[in-house]
Design a protein. Structure first.
Length: 374
């Protein structure tokens, strides 16, 4: 019963941490590079070694500590330590089973493959599925429960045991903020025969299921640089000869003429709002006509630079994901305009995430705003 209570307390602790980290600071609302980054992880759960009796009778608590890094959105690695309690058992007769306790610790080098970014269109998702594969060593000790009993088997190891450990598993991970995530990991571990002091002429297997909390750090900031636009300079082209030089207009000193200034042409401003559906940065067919209008206007104003600002609504998702959506929306609009023939140097891309909802309404704030002034 005490182990069940410990498990329930762990769940409550994870819920508390999740609620606390949702109240994140403004620093978490910046746009950042999703990789590379490093992480430290803590996990707790249960494990069971498959033996001659039901694995449900051999369930024990377990805990893990890991250190690792993701080098790109899809590929990472970690050093993982797992233990401490274990249990074996076998059938004495039809009505009685004998179980015994011992201790172990496993150290593995694991490779992590993010299936969401590998097969998805984005390099960041709040929810991810990892495939885990690793190799390491397992050290077991304190087998006195079996060795000193009346049921000691010929295969019972006494002082300690060293075994290989081959691991294959999966992990579900959810980013509750930029730096924190919670996860559920299930792994199958292949161990040497006799690890559980029984002989089966084949390797032993251990199944582990754990809930965890990871702290991620070392992110880089995504830098957006505005293109440098040099306005064209009109030059007088001639042969610099006296014949081709323009004549000077000489006005007598006593004669003054007041010349009216040329009329000032009113500045022209273009604004178009390209609206998007929730959790999407794909330009809809209904918005394509607006893109064509922008392209036509820019072609008739060849010196104007347009600013494209992406936005997301604060009512859904989380700030980290919304910053990514807003950036992708602005870049998608810029690409569409560029593909239609406008030079990239005339387009400036910006993103506000969900920090500045331009229209106050969630649906209308999923938008990329194009603004250009002559």
């Amino acid at each position: 019963m005490s182990r069940i209570k410990l498990f329930l307390v762990s769940l409550l602790l994870l819920q508390f941490v999740s609620s606390a980290t949702k109240a994140q600071s403004a620093a978490d609302r910046i746009d950042f590079k999703p990789t590379p980054y490093m992480f430290v992880g803590l996990q707790g759960g249960v494990q069971s070694t498959f033996a001659e009796i039901s694995p449900f009778k051999l369930i024990t608590p377990t805990a893990s500590l890991s250190f690792g890094a993701f080098f790109n959105p899809s590929f990472g690695a970690r050093l993982h330590f797992n233990g401490l309690w274990n249990k074996g058992g076998f059938e004495i007769d039809d009505d009685d089973d004998f179980t015994y306790n011992y201790k172990y610790v496993t150290s593995d080098f694991d490779l992590l493959l993010n299936l969401c970014t590998l097969f998805g269109r984005e390099d960041y998702y709040p929810f991810n599925v990892y495939l885990i594969g690793g190799v390491g060593l397992t050290y077991a000790w304190d087998n006195d429960d079996l060795v000193k009993s009346d049921h000691a088997t010929p295969y019972a190891w006494k002082d300690n045991l060293l075994s290989h450990n081959l691991r294959l598993g999966a992990m579900l991970d959810y980013n509750i903020s930029k730096h924190w995530s919670v996860n559920l990991e299930i792994t199958a571990n292949n161990l040497a025969d006799k690890f559980n002091s029984c002989h089966h002429a084949k390797d032993d297997w251990q199944l582990t299921a754990q809930l965890g909390l990871a702290y991620k750090f070392g992110f880089g900031k995504r830098v957006h640089t505005a293109p440098v636009v040099v306005a064209p300079v009109e030059e007088y082209v001639g042969d610099n000869s006296a014949e081709s030089a323009p004549a000077l207009l000489v006005v007598p000193a006593t004669e003054k003429k007041e010349v009216a200034p040329p009329p000032v042409k009113a500045a022209e401003t273009l604004q178009k709002d390209i609206f998007f559906t929730i959790a999407s940065s794909e330009i809809r067919k209904s918005e394509a006509a607006k893109i064509r209008e922008v392209v036509s206007w820019l072609e008739s104003h060849p010196t104007v630079v347009a600013t494209i600002t992406g936005h997301a609504d604060a009512g859904t998702g989380n700030p980290v994901l919304n910053a990514r959506y807003a950036q992708n929306r602005a870049e998608a609009v810029a690409k569409a305009i560029k593909d239609a023939g406008i030079d990239a140097s005339r387009l400036k891309v910006d993103s506000k995430g969900d920090k500045a909802m331009p229209y106050g309404d969630n649906e209308k704030s999923r938008v990329a705003i194009i603004l250009a002034t002559e």
